[in-house]
Design a protein around this ligand. Structure first.
Ligand SMILES: [Zn+2]
Ligand SMILES: [Zn+2]
Length: 398
């Protein structure tokens, strides 16, 4: 076990206190006021400089190493944690369960914020172990509302130029004491589409006098799946799921409705596949509708892009993870997930790596976003230790 990890195991109870307090006060997108105050209060206790107000509730704390502030961005890195919760009614029955009805830290962002606080605390006491500057980002609104995008649009990288950005997420599918990372895509881009098909309604017993939207929509649902099998590189993987399908214009069993609408989600890993699928869904919707003498209106809304880790920073992350949990416990061929993550917006602007922290053990088995989920406090020292080793590795003392 690394010396850093042994030292941090002694801080485990303190980190768990912060984590559980945040767990009791879950707040959703851009409303993380209590959480933001709580984090700022810890930073004040330790005399750490920070700036508030990024994307409303976000905080950027800054520490310098043994030689003071970095002279340029080559000696500067950013570490990021998210701090928002979800609209879920907690079912854990834990003594520190959510006090906010209908809201819950069901994705472990309470743990992420507590681990980043742990890293700030440790590094503020040990500036001698790194040479350069570290910006610690406590980011709001990861769950669907794109707090990361807002921070980038507000000029994060202009205010805080950095050579690399690093993120971490707890992973219930991996055992506590393991970590996983890979170069390239770690998560998928998540987009949504909707299609409205217009035909001509009328008596269901006289289809020849009408234009049937149900047939056209049904055909389109089936055809869309051929894009995955015929248009996407088989080695890439992608998902199109039609999740909404309804007719409009009549509720009667003997009336052919005038309109049908369908909608769903698209998950892709590369920008090229993403562009291609958007174009091909549009073409297929218009052509299929036309084949049935209908017309189609198409709209496509882009959500989070794919988290794409860069090679050199992935190696740094894997090295820091190996120092923490041992090389044999680091999966450097992590299988990308179809889930999405707004750390992608930082990675679109800057090299970096996002890593998975194993969280599962006998007591913690629930999946992310489950009402039974709880972050594993036993994994927190490992996560903090990873952050510390990462800073040592990325900003070595010469
Ligand atoms: Zn989540
Ligand atoms: Zn999450």
């Amino acid at each position: 076990m690394s010396a850093v990890l042994s030292a941090l195991k002694k801080s485990k109870d303190e980190i768990a206190v912060w984590r559980r307090e945040m767990h009791q006060h879950p707040e959703t997108a851009f409303e993380e006021f209590w959480t933001s105050d709580y984090i700022a209060a810890r930073l004040d206790e330790w005399g750490v400089a920070y700036e508030r107000g990024w994307a409303k509730t976000g905080i950027v704390a800054t520490l310098h190493g043994k030689n003071g502030a970095a002279k340029n961005k080559e000696k500067t890195v950013m570490l990021r944690a998210d701090m928002d919760a979800l609209d879920i009614t907690e079912q854990t029955g834990l003594p520190y369960a959510s006090k906010h009805q209908g809201k819950m830290h069901g994705c472990g962002h309470d743990g992420h914020s507590a681990m980043l606080l742990g890293a700030v605390q440790y590094l503020s006491r040990h500036p001698e172990i790194f040479d350069g500057t570290v910006h610690f980002v406590f980011q709001p609104a990861e769950e669907g509302e794109g707090g990361g995008r807002v921070m980038v649009e507000e000029g994060f990288f202009e205010k805080y130029p950095v050579k690399a950005v690093f993120g971490m997420h707890n992973w219930p599918g991996m055992s506590k004491g393991t970590m996983g990372v890979c170069a390239g895509a770690m998560t998928a881009a998540a987009d949504r589409f909707s299609i409205k098909i217009t035909g001509k309604g009328g008596h269901a017993a006289m289809p020849h006098l009408n234009i049937d939207v149900v047939t056209a929509a049904s055909s389109l649902v089936m055809s869309l799946q051929t894009l995955i099998s015929r248009a996407v590189d088989p080695m890439q993987g992608a998902v199109i799921s039609v999740t909404q399908l309804r007719t409009e214009g009549s509720e009667s069993f003997n009336v052919m409705p005038e309109f049908a609408s369908l909608g769903g989600t698209v998950r892709t890993f590369s920008p090229e596949t993403r562009d291609m699928i958007e174009t091909r869904i549009r073409e297929m919707a218009e052509a299929t509708a036309a084949a049935y003498h209908c017309s189609a209106e198409f709209s496509y809304r882009r959500g989070y892009p794919s988290v794409v880790n860069t090679e050199a920073e992935t190696e740094l992350a894997a090295e820091a993870a190996a120092k923490t949990v041992g090389e044999e416990n680091v999966d450097t061929k992590f299988v990308p997930t179809m889930g999405a993550e707004d750390f992608a917006y930082f990675l679109e602007q800057c090299p970096g790596a996002y890593i998975a922290l194993g969280q599962a053990d006998e007591n913690k088995k629930a999946a992310l976003h489950s009402p039974h989920y709880d972050f594993n406090d036993e994994a927190a020292p490992i996560g903090v230790s990873y952050w510390v080793h990462l800073v040592e590795t990325a900003l070595p003392v010469s």
